[in-house]
Design a protein around this ligand. Sequence first.
Ligand SMILES: [Zn+2]
Length: 115
Amino acid sequence: MLWDMIQQSQIHDAQSSAADAFRRADQVRRDVDRSQATIDALALSCAAMWELLSEKLGVADQELMAKIEEIDLRDGKLDGKMPSAKQECPDCTRNNNSKRVRCIYCGTVLPRPPF
Ligand SMILES: [Zn+2]
């Protein structure tokens, strides 16, 4: 009898943990989908701007690559990433990368940066 109650409690705990994990995975899936949509829109905008610059102003590929490197190095690291700014979580007050949608520590949705 006692053994059955212990087992039922463990089964309930495992089901609850599985449901929580499913909800978190679903949230991450939605975040990834939103991020991919943002990436697609930005890639399209970059392609359009680059075609306009090269066609209308004759800017060469080498100039573009040099500018990319210059911007990349603004944080002192040539890592192929946009230099990032810190953003404080309004809930837990810890610092996050300003590009994050949610706080890496507590999951709070972070306010969008002004750009
Ligand atoms: Zn937080």
